[in-house]
Design a protein around this ligand. Structure first.
Ligand code: ADP
Length: 264
């Protein structure tokens, strides 16, 4: 039941604090099966906490969280964990072979076909095959001088492949904040669109690129949804989201001019 795809998520009257710092109070949210939701808001708004509550890393002080109508507090942690494919920003590539890095299992327990399918879907198969890389190739230079190293964009793809290998029915992506050039960034967003097809997905957004293909944007402030809607709706609303959007697009387009004026 809880594994039904695509998943439906509900936060019902959820309250949560870190010690005496309240983050959520009587918070309600319903995410439809297959919906792609972008979580936005300044640092400290509560985006990460929301995701951690959903994954069972924290438990609500009050209220309940349901996945496909099942109260997640009644599920064994292992079952809950199996539901998610997550790419957190702190996700890293470990000094182990490619296959182990995808499956988090021994190479002998890694499903070869599933691994290559995940790499293909993340747009990395060709690059690796051309380099002569196999599932047994060691990654990173930490352990071996000739270990495989990946560029920023390739690393993001690899982390996606890891999420695809796991094949959880809820996809959670903490967007890369920087370190990607604009081309790598727009390519990785295409990959996000592809892999989130048919999956209930949550994007923690730092940049605004993913908001355009999200079905719904939630703009959080102090643990409350202060604006919600599509990109177009929120731009038309002219509130905090529109303001953030204006600042970011301003920042991107004005930078060269500012540099010019500095030189002048
Ligand atoms: P966001 O992801 O939107 O930046 P967070 O969910 O990380 O926001 O944080 C929400 C609030 O909870 C912030 O005020 C933050 O300082 C606080 N907070 C986050 N993690 C912890 C923690 N481990 N201990 C205490 N306070 C925390």
């Amino acid at each position: 039941e809880v594994f039904r795809q695509p998943a439906e998520i509900e936060f019902r009257d959820v309250s949560f604090s870190y010690g005496n710092q309240k983050v959520y109070e009587h918070f309600n949210l319903f995410i439809h099966p297959g919906e792609k939701v972008a979580l936005l808001g300044v640092n400290g708004a509560g985006k990460t906490t929301l995701v951690k509550l959903l994954c069972g890393l924290y438990e609500p002080d009050e209220g309940k969280i349901f996945i496909n109508g099942v109260d997640t507090s009644t599920l064994p942690k292992r079952t809950l964990y199996d539901l998610f494919s997550i790419v957190f920003q702190e996700s890293t590539i470990l000094p182990y072979p490619v296959g182990c890095n995808l499956s988090f299992k021994r190479l002998s327990e890694t499903d070869e076909e599933r691994a290559w399918t995940a790499l293909r879907e993340a747009g990395l198969e060709k690059t690796l095959r051309e380099k002569g890389v196999g599932l047994d190739t060691f990654m990173t230079k930490a352990a071996f001088d000739d270990g495989l190293t990946l560029s920023g964009g390739q690393t993001q793809r690899f982390l996606l492949a890891r999420a695809l290998y796991k094949n959880g029915n809820i996809l959670i992506l903490d967007e890369p904040t920087s370190a990607l050039d604009p081309i790598a960034e727009s390519e990785i967003y295409e990959e996000y669109v592809n892999i989130s097809k048919g999956r209930t997905s949550l994007f923690i957004s730092h940049r605004l690129a993913s908001t355009k293909f999200s079905d719904r944007i939630l703009y959080l402030e102090n643990g409350k949804i202060i604006e919600e809607g599509t990109h177009e709706e929120l731009i038309a609303l002219g509130g905090s989201y529109a303001h953030m959007y204006k600042i970011q697009s301003h920042y991107y387009t004005e930078t060269p001019c500012n540099l010019n004026s500095l030189e002048a």
